[in-house]
Design a protein around this ligand. Structure first.
Ligand code: SAH
Ligand code: SF4
Ligand code: F3S
Length: 449
């Protein structure tokens, strides 16, 4: 019998990479690789990388430096180690990676993961490095094997419904690393959702770089909107909760807003990046909406679903941003009120228009704005969480906590909720009376069912 090899996968970046890593691991599993959590034992190390900001990309090279030492140490013991770089750095930098880090055996872009086992065999047999970063005509999901019956890692799972982006915000690499927008078919997604449920998943988060631009082909051969897909997935027995991310304000269609009012399984939480509060900066970013349009959109969404919690992404120090323009970002935050926010210092990315714009903002100024922004957001998050104290909310328990006898789950608003209770609660949705809050989490008491 062929001996099982071991694979260690390290994931950087967004949830789409988390989903891809899971699919890669499953695909390699069907090709003789068992997953290991110990990097020293791995015959194959896969770095699933992110190119969104300079720091994220740099991490890959420092990791590759360490992997060279690990490979040498294992070689001294007579063990062979292969290294594959996947994800968005692979797509963006291709052969440059091999030039900078000869330790790499395979560079593979996000559209080619179905070819990984075959390319690894060839790289080994031919003792050379392969770089596979074309955007193939055929679709990777059609070639990856169907999801297996192995139990899910958690009661909550990701499902990529849409990949790529045609929006070309001037700061962003995603349209280059993930290519043009592509939506998977409804049948394929229903089948995958049913498989996830059979594995014990109760909550599914639909993923896409622009998830609300979803337009997958339905069983009627028509293009289905995200709202229609959500309604179809909500019909599946065992799917208890649905979420989706990331949405673009421009694609927040009326039927999607209506789904928030009508589909009980669709959680009252929406990640809706606004990036900046100044119209001049929004235009320079090519976001194609104004701050007033964003405010109006939020009002419309809250009219449909008054308790919806909003989260957002914000960039500080985009080229040319003045202090007064940055203040407009702070104003927008105070006006809207966010339950959660992800904040970034603008990072110039090779090949993007903003990287060449005049008025690049000095690092100290970006750092100072980030501190002010985060101070305001912490107050906002604390306010949102404090507002939940005294309420009873349904919590999907996902894991044990750090303290003995503690379990951790998520509220409908995606807050972490800690409660006392035993492991049998994991995978269950239970009513929890919330009795305390911090800016980061809630704590409460599980109610008798
Ligand atoms: N598709 C999503 C987000 C993709 S990237 C959207 O359109 O909102 C996730 C977040 O990273 C972005 O929302 C943005 O806030 C941030 N980001 C992207 N490029 C960046 C850059 N060059 N510098 C700093 N932050 C960036
Ligand atoms: Fe990047 Fe803009 Fe596309 Fe989002 S919408 S992935 S920020 S280009
Ligand atoms: Fe990073 Fe690629 Fe996701 S650049 S944020 S891993 S789409």
């Amino acid at each position: 019998m062929r001996q099982t090899k071991k694979v260690y996968v390290k994931t950087f970046g967004c949830q789409m990479n988390v989903y891809d890593s899971e699919r890669i691991t499953e695909h390699l599993g069907a090709n003789g690789y068992a997953e290991t959590a110990t990097i020293d034992d791995a015959d194959l190390i896969v770095l699933n990388t992110c190119h969104i900001r300079e720091k994220a990309a740099d991490k890959v090279y420092s990791d590759l430096g360490r992997l060279r030492e690990l490979k040498d140490e294992r070689r001294a013991l007579g063990l062979d180690t292969m290294v594959a770089v996947a994800g968005c750095v692979a797509q963006a930098e291709g052969a440059e990676i091999v030039a900078r880090a000869p330790v790499v055996d395979l560079v593979i872009g996000p559209q080619s993961y179905h070819r990984m086992p075959e390319l690894l065999v060839r790289a080994k047999a031919e003792a050379r490095t392969f770089v596979e970063i074309a955007f193939p005509e055929d679709e990777k999901f059609a070639h990856l094997p169907a999801r297996s019956g192995v139990p899910a890692r958690s009661a909550s799972a990701f499902l990529t419904v849409q990949e790529g982006c045609d929006k070309f915000c001037t700061f962003c690499v995603v349209p280059y690393t993930r290519g043009a927008e592509y939506s998977r078919s409804v049948d394929e997604l229903v089948t995958e959702a049913e498989k996830l449920v059979a594995r014990g998943v109760r909550e599914i988060t639909l993923l896409g770089q622009n998830v609300n631009a979803f337009h997958g082909t339905g069983p009627d051969n028509q293009a289905w909107s995200l709202a229609r897909l959500i309604r179809r997935l909500a019909e599946i027995d065992g799917v208890e909760r649905l979420r989706y991310t990331t949405s673009h304000p421009r694609d927040m269609a009326d039927d999607l807003i209506k789904a928030h009012a009508e589909v009980g399984k669709l959680m009252p939480y929406l990640h809706l990046p606004f990036q900046a509060g100044s119209d001049r900066i929004l235009a320079a970013m090519n976001r194609k909406h104004t701050a007033a349009e964003y405010r109006a959109l939020v009002r419309k969404i809250r009219d449909a679903r008054p308790d919806i919690a909003l989260s957002t992404d914000i960039i500080v120090g985009f080229p040319g941003e003045t202090d007064a323009e940055f203040s407009q970002t702070l104003d927008l935050i105070s006006d809207v009120g966010f339950a959660q926010a992800y904040t970034f210092k603008y990072s110039p990315r090779p090949g993007t228009p903003a990287a060449k714009m005049d008025g690049q903002v000095p690092e100290e100024v970006k750092a100072e704005r980030l501190v002010r922004l985060q101070a305001l957001l912490e107050v906002e998050h604390a306010k949102f969480n404090a507002g939940c104290v005294g309420r009873t909310v349904p919590v999907l328990f996902e894991k044990t906590g750090r303290q003995d006898g503690q379990v951790i789950g998520r509220s409908p608003y995606l807050q972490h909720v800690a409660a006392l209770g035993d492991k049998t609660l994991i995978g269950q949705i239970r009513a929890v009376a919330i009795n305390s809050a911090s800016p980061y989490s809630l704590a409460g008491t599980v109610q008798a069912s």
